[in-house]
Design a protein around this ligand. Sequence first.
Ligand SMILES: [Fe+2]
Ligand SMILES: [Fe+2]
Length: 275
Amino acid sequence: MEFDIQKAIQKIENLPTFSQAGRRALAMLSEPNVNQDDLAIIIKSDQALTAKILAAVNSPVFSLQREISNLGEALRFLGLSETRKMVFVATTHFLFGGTQDYKTWQHAILSATIAEKLSETCIEQINKNDAYLAGLLHDVGKTFIEKIVPVVYRQVLPSLTQEMGRLNAELSLFGMDHTEIGGMMLDSWNFNEQFVNAVSYHHSPVFAFANPLGHLVWVTNQTAHLDDHEASDDGKITTRTIEFLGLHSINQLEDIKNKAQVEVDIFLKKMEALL
Ligand SMILES: [Fe+2]
Ligand SMILES: [Fe+2]
């Protein structure tokens, strides 16, 4: 049983597209000095994004005394760090929006948060926003498969995965696995090679380690799966990776994951109004 995912992915109209304003805002938020007024102008050019941010700010989670209806004021209230995460999530959630698999969405946010934390100590210079975005998108191929063949994804894939592992199950059903599909998607969105490779090889350490972002995304996925052993076929975390991360013990990864999980739980509550 093979479904022609390749054909589906080649038909560019089937691919979800990124909001231009969202991409520009994300690029701007990656720069060291962000001008809030310029950022507001870019975000305002995307009505849906603006509406989502205002809805999130005015949601009960922030317990405001009065409603904020001006985007500039909303951004000042949020501050750069919170704005950045909101734009990330609001811009990428459409990829996960149709997903019945809430676990995939939670895993995406957890991975983004872990990747950002790991980038802070990593001996290679990795922009923390790049780390966050790569963590968020690394499994985007899974959501694409789910969109194209939802019934197979939910009913056939899980049992086959138990039998032969996730990647082999996808390969046998679709002729491609989610890493290859994800890489193709990022490529079609004009992400640079570093990002494309990081997503394409997040289960293959040998290739992933060819670029720092790939190494970071690989270990991020391993860390996110520390409890459930889902990534146990993807190689073991060795001293080389611990040194790369600027850490001194593998046990620190568990602490980082736990801290990230606490942040993610709070963050997802704040994001409810935005999704
Ligand atoms: Fe994956
Ligand atoms: Fe993953």
